[in-house]
Design a protein around this ligand. Structure first.
Ligand code: NAD
Ligand code: MG
Length: 405
């Protein structure tokens, strides 16, 4: 597969005096960090829309500070509270999944895609289809519909800027002019809170232990994904789509300090990396200011104080997620969609106390086995495979399921 360059028009997009932006998932961890950076730069950004799932109170607070034209809750049950909380402002309120997609379709130059899970697919596609600059945090949408999403990005001249710290790092050191000189990319992984646990001890870990990440402060779902290393599996597939490298040229390296955010190895033996303290405001700022750099308040890296950085190979026995992600990527078709959907259901089941920690990977593996191979040629195919995989995983984990639409 040819390297597709996520930023074909990097050189020609001007950095306007101020940028119109929309934040999808503004109440979450990435969304709130984005809001923080916007508030630190008065006059630099004009906000078109903010969206959230159901936290109307927080969304309204953000809207009162940022004065978007529109604020949307995906959950219709939260509409009355949002409307009430916005009374006296000129911010329009709306609700429902379609209203979130419509918000993404409004004419903001730059869109932060920070909804969690495949629920972010349709809004992110809507932003890509009008040729926006899309800052992509929502890795699940690239995992469940990678070829489709990249095809739409190319067709509509959109620009995809990775926000995931690893992909932002690779993006910053990847030579898009000579992609054929890239030998491999190396995704670093903290290893999560159970990196040193033995397998038997991992069976008993609780949701509160799993969401307490040693280095990063993140939403619940991605924190559990980091603990199982599903997150690195999702990121492997994300990196494949963003940078066009085949599965066997994407390595995973455990680096517990999360200082080197990822690396690119070239044919001459050079290996380039991006470093920084673990604060998502750095990669968010990189995308928010792109193609210029902007100030971000992350603690500055002090390597002398750190003293040493360490590395180890991932343990595929204790973290089967990495093997499953490679299998899904190699199988292609609907396999990554199944991998992602089953994981979303399993994580929900684990957080709800219905299954154990080690069951997460087991549910994903069983669902992948049961679903077998499938072909994806359209968004409808993705939605259908996502739905069936959720049902199969839900049965396996004995809980009700959500979905893309
Ligand atoms: P979060 O749970 O803190 O926030 C998720 C946001 O999405 C919230 O605003 C929520 O209201 C909204 N949302 C949830 N379900 C929705 C739905 N069905 N429809 C519409 N909106 C919905 O999650 P997060 O940690 O901010 O992560 C967001 C995305 O960014 C995820 O895909 C995650 O993998 C990715 N990411 C996060 C981090 C991080 O540090 N938090 C780092 C890298 C990548
Ligand atoms: Mg990451």
């Amino acid at each position: 597969m040819a390297v597709t360059s996520v930023v074909p028009q990097a050189a020609v997009i001007e950095c306007a005096a101020h940028r119109t932006i929309t934040i999808l998932g503004s109440t979450g961890s990435i969304g709130s960090n984005t809001v923080d950076l916007v508030l630190r730069n008065p006059g630099a950004f004009e906000v078109e829309a903010l969206t959230a799932h159901s936290n109307a109170a927080k969304l309204a607070r953000q809207a009162r500070e940022l004065r978007p034209k529109l604020a949307v809750v995906a959950d219709p049950g939260a509409y009355a509270e949002l409307k009430e909380a916005l009374s006296g402002t000129d911010v329009e309120a709306a609700a429902g999944p379609d209203a979130v997609v419509a918000a993404a379709a409004r004419p903001a130059e730059w869109v932060m895609a920070a909804i969690v899970g495949a629920a972010g697919l349709q809004p992110t596609l809507a932003a890509a289809r009008r040729g926006a600059v899309v800052a992509l945090a929502n890795k699940e949408c690239l995992v469940c519909a990678g070829e489709l999403m990249m095809g739409e990005v190319r067709r509509h001249g959109a620009t995809l800027l990775p926000v995931d710290s690893e992909h932002s790092a690779i993006f910053q050191v990847f030579d898009f002019e000579q992609p054929e000189k890239v030998e491999r990319i190396i995704l670093t992984a903290s290893g999560g809170p159970f990196r040193t646990f033995d397998y038997a001890a991992m069976a008993d870990v609780t949701p509160s232990q799993a969401v307490a990440h040693p280095n990063w402060d993140m939403g619940a779902k991605i924190s559990v994904d980091s603990a199982t290393m599903m997150n690195k599996g999702l990121e492997l597939i994300e990196a494949h789509h963003l940078f066009g490298l085949p599965e066997e040229r994407i390595e995973i390296l455990v680096h517990p300090q999360s200082v080197i955010h990822s690396l690119v190895a070239y044919v001459d033996g050079s290996v380039l990396a991006q470093l920084g303290t673990p604060d998502m405001r750095t990669p968010i700022a990189y995308a928010l200011g792109w193609p210029r750099r902007m100030d971000a308040p992350a603690a500055r890296l002090d390597l002398a104080a750190l003293g040493s950085l360490t590395f180890e190979a991932p343990d595929l026995k204790r973290f089967p997620a990495l093997r499953l992600a490679r299998q899904a990527l190699r199988s292609g078709g609907g396999a990554p969609t199944v991998f992602n959907a089953a994981n979303e259901v399993a994580v929900q089941a684990f957080l709800a106390g219905r299954i154990g920690f080690l069951d997460i990977a087991a549910v994903v593996e069983d669902t992948m086995d049961r679903m077998g191979e499938s072909v994806v040629t359209s968004l409808d195919d993705v939605i259908e495979i996502d739905c069936s995989a959720r049902e199969a995983a839900g049965e396996r984990a004995r809980m009700p399921v959500g979905g893309i639409s």
